[in-house]
Design a protein around this ligand. Sequence first.
Ligand SMILES: O=C(O)CCC(=O)C(=O)O
Ligand SMILES: [Fe+2]
Length: 246
Amino acid sequence: MESNYLSSLKKNGFVVIESFFSQSECQQLEILSRDLMREGLLGESEDLEIDFKDSSYNELAEKNNTILSKRGDIGYDQNFLDFFNPQFWFSRRNPNIIPIIEKFQNGAVPELLKKIDTKLKPKNMNLYCHEGVSSPRTHHIDSIRNYFKVFLALTDQTDDSCGPFALIPGTHKNKVFNYLMCLFNHRILGKKGGMATDATFYKKSKLKPMHLNIGDLLISNQSCVHGAIPATSGKRLTLLQTYDVK
Ligand SMILES: O=C(O)CCC(=O)C(=O)O
Ligand SMILES: [Fe+2]
C-alpha cells in the first residue's frame, strides 16, 4: 500500500490518501476553522494578526503566531482568505486539537516524504478559506525544487462548483523546461515576483481537479503545475502543511 503511494507520488507528483483523518477529527478542525474565519472577518485581535503590509510568503510562513493574509488585491483570488499558521490559534482555543494537528507532522506523512528526500521537513501550516473564488490565480508552479503541500479537505470537494485544487500530473519532472519557462516569464514577458512562476508553457485545460472527500489527504509536489478550477457556486475549506528541504 505504502509503496503504491510512493510510486504514485514519484510518477504523478501527487497522491490522495483517502480518509486519513476521521470524520470526528475533521469536525473538530472545521469548528475551529469557522471560529477563526469569523474572528478574521471582525479584524485584528490579541491572538490574530492581519497582514496589512503585503508581507512576503516567507515572512508570513515564519511567524510564530496566526496571521491572516487576504488575497485578491491584484485582480485574482478574490474571496480567498489565507491564514498562516492557524495551529497557534487552534491550540490556544482548544488544546485537545494538538494530537490531531500532529498527524500532519509525525508518522505516515513524513515517513513517505522522507523516501522522496530525507531533507524534507514540515514548515508552515495554512488554512485556506475559498468562499467561491471565481477568478483563481492562473496555473503555476510554486518552486523548481521538490516542495510539498499536504492538503486536508475539511469540506466536500468532490464537485467542480467549489473550485477545487487542480494540477497537471507528472509536470514536476520537467525541471529544465519549467526553469526555462520561469526565465522566459521574467526576461521576455517582464513578469515580476511570484508571477514569474506562471505556467505560461502549459495549457490551463490540462489541469485535473483533485476531488476530495472530507478527511482525504492530498500530498502534492508543488513543483508540479497546479492551480484551481474557477468556482461557480460552492466554497471550500482546506487545512495544509508544507514540507520543504530548507
Ligand atoms: O488552492 C488553490 O486555490 C491553489 C493554491 C496554490 O496555488 C497553492 O497552494 O500553492
Ligand atoms: Fe501554488
